[in-house]
Design a protein around this ligand. Structure first.
Ligand code: GAL
Length: 638
């Protein structure tokens, strides 16, 4: 099967003559799939129950005639203005009690009955209209789910969710520690989402609300998915996850519900940092997909970095795309096909830039389309078969723990779970060690090592799982502020890190967040955090300037558990990994990824580099003799 190549196509911004040119250019670029209609609700249903499908019929027919498949969107991420006017109660209410107005996108309350009903109506209408259309290849529900609402509808749904989770108020009061600050609830009606309040909110309430928001949005997704599955049983249904710091959903849970995991990836760094972040995103997606193929649904031909938008450097579009394909993406998709002339994202880069097709970017897009034609899609394989890419090291990933560490009133505002996970991944990547991500309760026995990045919250079950992993011979490397709280998140008493004390063979008496950097002999600069660590079976590997243990190592059963009680810079963290037996022989910036049937090599540096790959490059048909050009890449069958 061919790889998918294309992007979001929003033709309603352009006149029909442009559509014909679009399809001709797509064919020139080798585009095979476009996502249509993500934000088209107001053009498809201009008033309640009245549909104007004519334009979309013509677009889909044109695409079908051009041999281009359609990932047809259910446009619920942007309800029409008439809907918001008719149902003001379905507009988002922020934490501060401000009811947002129409004028952007994503302004809805996923718990509002009118929104749920209108969503199902447009989903049903689209599925009935296009179920047999030859261009239909996939369904794309919504866009980047991630709008929490704090209104009364949300409050009612939150209470229903809490009743299910806790059964009774006694259990809730206990889990939320409402005995403190006089928060005891004597009636469900007293409970609200964590709205603006005088001082610190209750952390258990805040965390449960984030869990609820993820589940509530998932229920909305599942409603549309079930309608679509009923109409077109063979057509996969997906939605695109947003990555980076905006983690609004529990990806492990969601990934069990989608037919295909799909991510949007917009690195926040440039150059090598972008390559590192791309690998991180793609390894996450593959892991969420259970090791099976998945899809890069959006990326950009340029960098969208807060205050600046700039083009990617020559070759980066292809290298980033191949990083994803190497890690099991079924294709490379972009936002968006043609850069808008007006509207909120008029400066967002496109596959066809404002300049038009006579441009470096479009030439690179055509060259990439040509290259991807020669690389077959990754093998799907059975669900219980081998993963598309084997990894020896797992990094623990758990959104609940991340949300907890984003909660109120922690001993340092600088503890950053994402940064810790990124550092673990980056340090492995630079040494050429393949990594994946795992939930703390997953079976970890297949991994040579498991890295635990500042995982504040750990359940009893997960702690038992980690103990069994080490006892069974595994290597565990735990970073500071892991295993501190249970799932409510209540501190585990008797010495930190309560859940991991026995595994690590230590007892931490005090936390000492750092205002300034300190130096550890051999391990270098340490920042953010330090601890008063007592040994209880472990040995000291590195000491604080005052002499107390900073890095420790504990043998338990057949395995070893390492503890890093401060935030080390990358070289120091790499040194800990080396002590733990994790040192790769890769060249920084040169990545080699092995799939079951081929090997990808990508040179992100500006120099020619040796690579341990021989054979014939699928893309150029030329022999690969163990060297890669500056910025070069090859795909060699095994
Ligand atoms: C994505 C989003 C797209 C577009 C893009 C711009 O997060 O799904 O609709 O806004 O960002 O970077």
């Amino acid at each position: 099967m061919r790889l998918w190549y294309g992007g979001d196509y929003n033709p309603e911004q352009w006149s029909e003559e442009v559509w014909a040119e679009d399809v001709a250019l797509m064919r020139r670029a080798g585009v095979t799939l476009v996502t249509v209609g993500v934000f088209s609700w107001s053009r498809l249903e201009p008033s309640e129950g009245r549909y104007t499908f004519g334009w979309l019929d013509r677009v889909l027919d044109l695409l079908a005639d051009g041999g281009i498949g359609v990932d047809l969107a259910v446009p619920t991420a942007s309800p029409p203005p008439w809907f918001s006017l008719a149902h003001p109660d379905a507009l988002t209410v922020t934490r501060d009690g401000v009811r947002l107005t129409h004028g952007s996108r994503d302004t809805y309350c996923v718990s509002a009955p009118a929104y749920r009903e209108a969503s199902s109506r447009i989903t049903r209408a689209l599925s009935e209209r296009y179920r047999d259309h030859p261009a239909l290849a996939m369904w794309h529900v919504h866009n980047e789910y991630g709008t929490p609402c704090h209104c009364d509808h949300a409050a009612a749904a939150f209470r229903a969710w809490l009743r299910k989770r806790y059964g009774g108020l006694d259990a809730l009061n206990d889990a939320w520690t409402t005995a403190f600050w006089g928060q005891h609830y004597s009636d469900w009606a007293q409970i609200t989402p964590p709205r603006a309040t005088q001082y610190l909110p209750n952390p258990a309430q805040a965390l449960d609300f984030r869990r609820f928001v993820s589940d509530e949005m998932l229920a909305h997704f599942a409603e549309q998915r079930d309608l679509l599955r009923e109409a077109t049983p063979g057509v996969p249904v997906t939605t695109n996850y947003v990555l980076a710091g905006w983690a609004c959903v529990d990806h492990w849970k969601w990934s069990r519900e989608v037919d295909l995991v799909a991510i949007d990836d917009y690195p926040s760094g440039q150059g090598m940092a972008a390559a590192e972040q791309t690998a991180f995103a793609a390894d996450l997606a593959r892991s969420w997909a259970g090791g099976r193929p998945w899809l890069l649904m959006e990326q950009a031909t340029g960098y969208v970095l807060g205050p600046r938008t700039s083009p990617k450097e020559p070759g980066e579009i292809a290298r980033h795309s191949l990083q994803h394909v190497a890690r099991g993406s079924k294709g490379a998709m972009f936002f968006q096909w043609r850069a808008s002339r007006g509207g909120a994202e008029q400066w967002h880069p496109g596959m066809v830039p404002h300049t038009g097709p006579d441009s470096r970017v479009f030439r690179e897009i055509c060259a990439l389309g040509e290259a991807l034609k020669r690389v077959p899609a990754p093998l799907d394989g059975p669900l219980d078969g081998p993963p598309v890419v084997e990894a020896e090291v797992a990094i623990l990933w758990d959104e609940e723990a991340w949300w907890a560490v984003q909660g109120p009133g922690l001993p340092s505002a600088e503890i950053d779970y994402l940064a810790a996970a990124e550092q673990a991944h980056r340090v492995l990547w630079r040494q050429g060690l393949a990594a994946c991500f795992a939930h703390p309760s997953h079976d970890l026995s297949a991994y040579r090592a498991v890295l635990v990045p500042s995982l504040y919250l750990i359940s009893d079950e997960a702690a038992r799982n980690l103990a069994a992993y080490v006892e069974g011979g595994g290597t565990l490397v735990v970073s500071f502020f892991s295993g501190i709280a249970d799932e409510h998140p209540r501190i585990r008493l008797g010495g930190y890190p309560g859940a991991l004390r026995e595994i690590l063979g230590i007892r931490v008496e005090e936390f000492r967040p750092l205002a300034d950097a300190i130096e550890l002999p051999e391990f270098g600069r340490a920042t953010v955090w330090s601890e008063v660590v007592h040994l209880d079976g472990a040995e000291t590997v590195a000491r604080y300037p005052g002499g107390g243990p900073a890095v420790t190592c504990h043998r338990l059963g057949g395995g070893t558990a390492w503890y890093v009680s401060t935030r080390l810079d990358d070289p120091g963290y790499a040194r800990v990994l080396a002590h733990a037996g994790l040192a790769g022989s890769g060249t920084p910036g040169v990545e080699v990824v092995r799939q079951r049937d081929r090997i990808f090599a990508i040179n992100h540096t500006e120099d020619e580099q040796p690579v341990p790959v021989d054979g014939t490059d699928l893309i150029t048909g030329k022999p690969v003799d163990g060297r890669l050009d500056p910025g070069g890449y090859v795909v060699v069958p095994l």
